[in-house]
Design a protein around this ligand. Structure first.
Ligand SMILES: NC(=O)c1ccc[n+]([C@@H]2O[C@H](COP(=O)([O-])OP(=O)(O)OC[C@H]3O[C@@H](n4cnc5c(N)ncnc54)[C@H](OP(=O)(O)O)[C@@H]3O)[C@@H](O)[C@H]2O)c1
Length: 313
């Protein structure tokens, strides 16, 4: 097993996967690449190789990826711009002699999927296939923690969950299961070469089902009301969320940078059935089945989304 690069190592998934790799093999050779090395000061103190790397800066990636065999390419957040950012990372991996890339895509990647984020992932998946490197694609379903703490928890306060997600289904997945799947694919890259995995939770649920689970977990009635995309955009306008993602915009109260065109297009994609995917891939990859949405909700109910990390799951 050669050196593994975690690219995007200071984010939640990057940290979780780093922890899991070290747990599985304390001697694993790791390079932790991040735009903000100071956030990984503790790892540096522990003697790990921490390198500054930005998908918008090819030179930084040439240095950061050198000497590695496998790259964990954590998809960026710059909607629309990240296709070129990921291309920069893939090209840097080729120059560095990296053989295998594990990439975090999203469920329901198809050319007609209306979700703006899925369009980016669709193109990066094509770029990976054309790269000549071996790859493993993890098409991650919507995080259970987002469903639980961004969508359901606020609805527990008002009793009402209004979204443009229609009546179709999704199988939200716990971040810990995404992290376990990614760590295993990185450690066993030959076994998983060429695979496209649907990383889903335990069951297909509509938002009516999710509201019922939320009501039981929070002990208050929650009603789910499907609304139109226009209504949903108007709601986001009313709470000051910009329509279009701008990497320089200030984070909202929960510490994230949300843009309503991305959020609403993702909801419409659910309404149109693009997320209605249930697989056994988490168990196939890791040997252990995923955690249910109800369990994630119970575990995280008192936390803000950005307070949930590997320490609590
Ligand atoms: N399936 C889902 O429900 C879902 C939800 C949200 C996001 N996602 C996607 O999954 C990824 C991982 O999720 P997460 O929870 O770990 O997100 P997160 O905590 O918000 O972390 C964002 C990650 O993106 C990296 N990144 C962003 N822009 C970058 C750039 N220009 N150059 C290099 N790295 C960049 C960050 O790396 P550094 O900060 O270390 O540089 C960090 O690892 C996200 O980045 C996003 O693409 C999936």
């Amino acid at each position: 097993m050669g050196r593994i690069v975690i690219s995007g190592a200071s984010g939640d998934l990057g940290r979780r996967v780093t922890d899991l790799l070290l747990k599985a093999d304390p001697h694993v050779e790791l390079t932790l690449v991040t735009r903000t090395p100071e956030k990984l000061g503790q790892r540096q103190t522990q003697g790990f190789r921490v390198s500054r790397g930005d998908y918008r800066d090819a030179d930084s990636l040439d240095t950061a990826y050198s000497g590695a065999d496998t790259l964990f390419l954590i998809s960026g957040l710059n909607l629309g711009r990240r296709v070129s950012e990921h291309r920069t990372a893939i090209a840097a991996a080729q120059r560095a002699g990296i053989r295998h890339i594990v990439y975090t895509s999203v469920g329901g990647v198809q050319p007609n999927n209306p979700a703006l984020s899925a369009k980016d992932h669709y193109q990066t998946e094509l770029d990976l296939r054309a790269s000549g490197l071996t790859y493993t694609i993890l098409r991650n379903s919507l995080y259970s923690e987002i469903v639980s703490n961004v969508l359901v928890a606020p609805a527990a306060a008002t009793g009402l969950m209004k979204q443009a997600t229609g009546n179709d289904f999704l199988a939200p997945v716990a971040k810990s299961d995404v992290a376990r799947s990614a760590a295993t694919c990185l450690l066993q890259n030959e076994r998983h070469a060429g695979a496209v995995y649907e990383i889903t939770g335990t069951e297909l649920l509509s938002f009516h089902d999710i509201a019922t689970i939320g009501s039981e977990v929070h002990g208050v009635p929650i009603e789910y009301v499907p609304v139109s995309a226009e209504e949903r955009l108007a709601f986001f306008d009313s709470v000051g969320i910009p329509r279009t993602y701008d990497p320089n915009m200030p984070p909202s109260a929960d510490g994230h940078m949300w843009a309503s065109d991305e959020l609403v297009s993702a909801e419409v994609a659910i309404a149109e059935g693009y997320q209605a995917i249930l697989s056994h891939h988490v168990k196939h990859i890791t040997g252990q089945g995923p955690e249910s949405l109800r369990s994630v909700m119970e575990r995280c109910r008192s936390l803000r989304y950005d307070e949930i990390d590997a320490a609590v799951s």
